[in-house]
Design a protein around this ligand. Structure first.
Ligand SMILES: [Zn+2]
Length: 172
């Protein structure tokens, strides 16, 4: 987790009632958080923390581009990310997240926001995401490949029908 130390935000040690932080997250970040859905991308994250009485409001502005596999052809496709998210935190005895409030251990007073940043990015991936029509260049969908296995056909790459389909896709 040391690689992610830079994402620690010192809430207790805030010198004034607001602070700002920014990060550029990239492939190394997705690797470090052991992301399952995103492995490459470049996203800018700006965080503004506001302290009011004993509560902290963390506002994240997140924008950039990530790459995820296309549902149709499985080749990587760019996905623009542009979102803002808010977390509310307060100090307490031990770490806790009840869905509304994050409790940060008072003894430490630090919150590592790396995983939250990843979650905010991953939440932006639509359930169905495909290249614009005609821009799929890989093999046809996994669904077609699955149907084909029942017929005992040889490896799909050697099947002339795939070449034909690829031509159709490429000529669109
Ligand atoms: Zn595609």
């Amino acid at each position: 987790m040391e690689k992610l130390d830079t994402y620690k935000v010192d809430l207790r040690g805030m010198k004034s009632d607001s602070s700002t932080h920014s990060w550029e997250v990239d492939d190394a970040f997705f690797d470090a958080v052991e992301a399952t859905e995103v492995h490459t991308g470049h996203v800018r994250v700006c965080l503004t923390v506001r302290r009011e009485h004993e509560a902290y409001e963390l506002c994240f502005a997140i924008s950039g581009v990530i790459q995820v596999p296309c549902d149709r052809c499985l080749d990587p496709m760019d996905l623009a990310i542009n979102t803002s998210e808010t977390l509310k935190a307060r100090m307490g005895a031990a770490y806790d997240d009840d869905g509304q409030w994050l409790t940060v251990p008072e003894a430490d007073g630090m919150l590592n926001v790396a995983w939250y940043i990843y979650e905010f990015i991953a939440l932006q991936i639509p359930i169905r995401h495909v290249h614009p029509d005609g821009q799929c260049i890989g093999l046809p969908t996994a669904a077609i490949l699955t149907e084909d296995t029942d017929t005992g056909d040889p490896a799909p790459a050697a099947d002339p029908r795939w070449d034909k389909l690829k031509t159709i896709f490429n000529n669109k």
